[in-house]
Design a protein around this ligand. Structure first.
Ligand SMILES: Cc1ncc(C[n+]2csc(CCOP(=O)(O)OP(=O)(O)O)c2C)c(N)n1
Ligand code: SF4
Ligand SMILES: [Mg+2]
Length: 308
C-alpha cells in the first residue's frame, strides 16, 4: 500500500510496498475477520509469485467458494472466483489448454475436499500441472462454522455441538495416495517454509498439493475454546514438529491431545509426466523417487498396498 506523507506527519515512511503490484488494492478493505489466517497465506503466495521470476501475466489464480475462496479476488494476476467445489476442474481446463501458464488454486478445506473432493483426487491422479493450496481451518468458516471433512474428532462446530464423531481426512496422506507429485503441510506460523513450498509447487511439473493449517477464530476457535487467532498460533508453535520423511498414514491431527505433535514438512517430491492429453503421451505409472525421501515413500507405499 502507498503511505502518503501528510501535513501532520511530514515523514514519508515508504512510497510503495514491494507486493503492491501483486495485490488488487481496489478490493480492500478485505472481508476477513481479525486474526484469520487467510491473509498470511495470500501474502505467502504473492511473495512466491514475486520470487518465481515468472511474469505476472503467466500466473493464474483460481478459487472456489468460501472465505478462503475469496483469495483469488485480492491477487493481481488473472484470477477466477469459480463455483463451490469447482476450482480444480476450472483450473484443469486452463492448465491443459495453456501449458505455458502457471495455474494455482487457493481454496478451503470444505471447497476442495468436500464438495470438490472428487475433482481433487482425479486431478492428482492425472498429475495435472497445478499447485493447489488448501486452506484448512477445520470447518466451513463462511457459512457459520459447520463441520466438514477435516474437522478433527471430538471438535465442536455448529453442526456437531457435542463433538464430531467422524474420522477426518489426513490430507497429505490422501494427496500422496492418489498421485500428487509434491505434497506438503505447513501452518500460517511457518511463513517462510510455506512460501518456499508454494514456490516449489509453482516450479513443479505436475500436481502439487500444499495443506496450510489456518486459524478461523470465528467459526472454529470459539466453539473449541481455542481463543483468538494468536492463541491458535501459539498451539502451532508448541505442537508442530517438522519431519519431511514422516510416515504419512500416521500424521493425522489429534486435536484432543495437546501433547500429540502436528507434523509438518515437505513430504513428497517425485517426478512423473504431467497430464497433457493434447500431446497424446501416456503417463508413466512409475515415479522417479527422490533418493533423499525414498524411505518415507517406501513406508507409505507399503502401507497403501497393505490397505492401511
Ligand atoms: C453448491 C453450493 N453449496 C453450498 C454452498 C454454501 N457454501 C458457501 S461457502 C461453503 C463452505 C466453505 O468452506 P471452506 O471451503 O472450508 O471455506 P472457509 O470459509 O472455511 O474458508 C458452503 C457450504 C454454496 N455456495 N454452493
Ligand atoms: S469466518 Fe473464519 S475463515 Fe472466515 S474470515 Fe472469519 S476467521 Fe477467517
Ligand atoms: Mg474451511
Amino acid at each position: 500500500m502507498t503511505t502518503a506523507a501528510s501535513a501532520s506527519n511530514p515523514t514519508r515512511i515508504v512510497e510503495t510496498h514491494p507486493i503492491d503490484k501483486v495485490l488488487r488494492a481496489d478490493r480492500f478493505p478485505h472481508i476477513l475477520c481479525p486474526a484469520c489466517g487467510i491473509g498470511s497465506i495470500i501474502h505467502c503466495y504473492v511473495q512466491a509469485i514475486i520470487e518465481s521470476g515468472i511474469p505476472l501475466n503467466q500466473h493464474v489464480c483460481v478459487s472456489g467458494i468460501g472465505c478462503s475462496g475469496r483469495a483469488a479476488g485480492y491477487i493481481n494476476v488473472d484470477s477466477y472466483h469459480t463455483t463451490h467445489g469447482r476450482a480444480v476442474p476450472f483450473a484443469l481446463g486452463i492448465a491443459v489448454y495453456r501449458p505455458d501458464l502457471h495455474v494455482t488454486v487457493i481454496s478451503g478445506d470444505g471447497d476442495l475436499t468436500s464438495i470438490g473432493g472428487n475433482h481433487l483426487i482425479h486431478a492428482a491422479r492425472r498429475n495435472v500441472n497445478l499447485t493447489v493450496i488448501c486452506i484448512n481451518n477445520f470447518n466451513y468458516g463462511m457459512t457459520g462454522g459447520q463441520a466438514g471433512p477435516t474437522t478433527p474428532l471430538s471438535a465442536k462446530s455448529s453442526t456437531t455441538p457435542f463433538g464430531s464423531w467422524e474420522r477426518p481426512f489426513n490430507l497429505p496422506h490422501l494427496a500422496h495416495a492418489v498421485g500428487a507429485s509434491f505434497v506438503a503441510r505447513w501452518t500460517v506460523l511457518h511463513i517462510r517454509q510455506l512460501k518456499e513450498a508454494v514456490l516449489r509447487g509453482i516450479h513443479k511439473e505436475g500436481f502439487a498439493f500444499i495443506e496450510v493449517l489456518s486459524p478461523c477464530p470465528t467459526g472454529f476457535g470459539r466453539p473449541n475454546d481455542i481463543g483468538d487467532g494468536l492463541e491458535e498460533m501459539r498451539r502451532y508453535r508448541r505442537r508442530c514438529h517438522v519431519d519431511d520423511n514422516a510416515y504419512l498414514p500416521e500424521i493425522d491431527i489429534d486435536l484432543t491431545n495437546d501433547e500429540s505433535p502436528i507434523v509438518v514438512g515437505n513430504f513428497v517430491d517425485v517426478d512423473r509426466p504431467p497430464f497433457h492429453p493434447a500431446l497424446g503421451e501416456p503417463a508413466s505409472t512409475t515415479a522417479k523417487p527422490d533418493p533423499d525421501r525414498a524411505d518415507a515413500r517406501t513406508q507409505s507405499r507399503e502401507s497403501i498396498s497393505n490397505g492401511r
